[in-house]
Ligand binder design. Structure first.
Ligand code: ADP
Length: 226
C-alpha cells in the first residue's frame, strides 16, 4: 500500500476507560506509532532524574504534571516520529496542551471513550499488580489464585499508588475539570468521534469500523510508517 498522507489521531478517555487496551489494538491493527504520555512519564521517573521525582509526586497525588513539562516531553518525542502516522494517548489533557499541540501539527481525528464514572471506579479499585513482573490482576474478573499473592512467584501484590480509592476520585475530578473542556474544544472543531459503553470488547468493533472507514475507504491509502 502506498503512503499518500500521514494520519494523526488522539485517543481520549478518563483514567481506567480502557484507553491503554484500545490503543494497543489500534496500534496492532492499523500500524500507527503509539505515543503515550503516561509511559513517557513513567520512563522519566524510572530514570530518577530531578524532574522525574517532581513528576512522581504529582502522579502519586492524582494531580496532573505541569503543562510545560509534559508538553516539552511529548513534543520532543514527537519530532522523532514526524514522518509516521501516530496515535497520541494521554495528551492533550488540558486546553493549554491542546493549543500547544495545535501550534505544532494538525490532528486528523480524536477518538473519545465515553465510559460511566461508576464503572471506572469499580474497575480501578479492583486492579492489583505484581510489581517485579508487571502482571496485572483484577479482583472482579481475573483474580489471583490466592488472594493478594502473585500466581507465579507467590509474592505479594500491590495497588498502584494512583489506583487507591481517594486518589481515583481526585483523578476523575481532574478529568472532569481539566480534560472535558478539551473534548468540547475538539467537538467544536468537528474532530471528535465518541464511543460510549461499559465494556471495551463491545466498543472495540465500532472503533475498528470507524478507523477502517476513515483510513481505507476514501481512496486515501494511509499506512502506519513511511
Ligand atoms: P491514566 O490514564 O490511568 O491516568 P496515565 O498513565 O495516562 O494513566 O497517566 C498517569 C498520570 O500521569 C496521570 O494521572 C497524570 O498525573 C500524569 N499525566 C499523564 N498524561 C498527562 C498530561 N498530558 N498532562 C499532565 N499530566 C499527565
Amino acid at each position: 500500500m502506498v503512503l499518500k498522507r500521514i494520519f494523526r489521531t488522539v485517543i481520549m478517555g478518563p483514567p481506567g476507560s480502557g484507553k491503554g487496551t484500545v490503543s494497543g489494538r489500534i496500534v496492532k491493527r492499523f500500524g500507527l506509532t503509539h505515543l503515550s504520555s503516561g509511559d513517557l512519564l513513567r520512563a522519566n521517573i524510572k530514570a530518577k532524574t530531578e524532574l522525574g521525582l517532581l513528576m512522581k509526586s504529582c502522579i502519586d497525588q492524582g494531580q496532573l504534571v505541569p503543562d510545560d513539562i509534559i508538553s516539552r516531553l511529548i513534543l520532543t518525542e514527537m519530532r522523532s516520529i514526524e514522518q509516521s502516522s501516530w496515535l497520541l494517548d494521554g495528551y492533550p489533557r488540558t486546553l493549554a496542551q491542546a493549543e500547544t499541540l495545535d501550534g505544532v501539527c494538525s490532528v486528523d481525528r480524536v477518538i473519545n471513550l465515553d465510559i460511566p464514572f461508576q464503572t471506572i471506579k469499580q474497575r480501578l479499585t479492583s486492579r492489583w499488580l505484581h510489581l517485579p513482573s508487571g502482571r496485572v490482576y483484577n479482583i472482579d474478573f481475573n483474580p489471583p489464585k490466592i488472594s493478594g499473592l502473585d500466581d507465579v512467584t507467590g509474592e505479594p501484590l500491590i495497588q498502584r499508588d494512583d489506583d487507591r480509592p481517594e486518589t481515583i476520585t481526585r483523578r476523575l475530578k481532574s478529568y472532569e475539570n481539566q480534560t472535558q473542556p478539551v473534548l468540547e474544544y475538539y467537538r467544536s472543531k468537528g474532530m471528535l468521534e465518541t464511543f460510549s459503553g461499559t465494556e471495551t470488547n463491545k466498543i472495540w468493533p465500532h472503533i475498528q469500523a470507524f478507523l477502517s472507514e476513515t483510513l481505507f475507504s476514501q481512496n486515501e491509502n494511509v499506512v502506519g510508517k513511511a
